[in-house]
Design a protein around this ligand. Structure first.
Ligand code: FAD
Length: 188
């Protein structure tokens, strides 16, 4: 029995609804079905959904993974399904997860920052970025670190338009110095 690994990216076609318990409802339905089917077929891996894109990693018996990927590719809940990695695998690396879900977590944000990415768009991830993302999925613990990318983007904008405390301090110091010089010039 030969094993294989597969990673792909795609673009969601549904209109995103507010998350329930940290998961978008369409994604929650996909996850429920995935966990049931994958456990039966001994397929393991992880799914990330963010910024309207999916990134999924699958490991398992070659025939089972290929059959599943064919089914997934036909699913109209996403489009532009782009294969990023498809190769044989000597041994399994995800032991416990039929389909691990990574919420919009600070780990993913750190991964984006480290790779100078403004937003998550996995469709043209190269090999190192794919391996990096698989690592994030493998290592992330799901507990209590859900963040909202849209909120994060607007708070970043707000932060960058705000004057930082060092600049304010410098401006006050310069004003103080000018005031002192003016005062001194009136004394002599
Ligand atoms: P289908 O006839 O495809 O569907 C069975 C049930 O799935 C339906 O009754 C309905 O509840 C739901 N469904 C299917 N299409 C839609 C739709 N357009 N809108 C709403 N509900 C729908 N499946 C897995 O088994 N494992 C995975 O790891 C996996 N990952 C996925 C990742 C992504 C990004 C997406 C979009 C789908 C994924 N799926 C996964 C789902 C997969 O595409 C199939 O829908 C599923 O495997 C069932 O296939 P089926 O042919 O048995 O039944």
């Amino acid at each position: 029995m030969s094993l294989m690994r597969l990673a792909y990216a795609s673009e969601a076609t549904f209109h995103e609804k507010p998350a329930e318990h940290g998961v978008e409802p369409n994604v929650a339905r996909i996850l429920m079905m995935s966990r049931r089917n994958n456990a039966k077929n001994q397929i393991v891996g992880g799914l990330y959904y963010g910024n309207g894109y999916f990134f999924q990693y699958l490991e398992g018996e070659e025939k089972a993974v290929n059959e599943l990927y064919e089914r997934i590719s036909r699913d109209d809940r996403h489009r532009n399904v782009t294969t990023l990695i498809q190769e044989s695998l000597p041994e399994r690396t995800f032991t416990n997860w039929s389909m691990k879900y990574v919420p919009l977590s600070s780990d993913v944000q750190r991964f984006l920052d480290k790779n100078s990415m403004e937003s998550f768009n996995p469709l043209n991830f190269n090999r190192p970025l794919c391996e990096g993302m698989i690592g994030v999925i493998r290592d992330t613990s799901n507990e209590g670190r859900v963040i909202d990318h849209r909120q994060l983007a607007s708070s970043r904008k707000a932060r960058s338009s705000r004057t930082d405390p060092v600049s304010i301090g410098l401006a006050v110091a310069v004003l103080g110095l000018v005031g002192a010089l003016v005062y001194a010039s009136t004394m002599f």
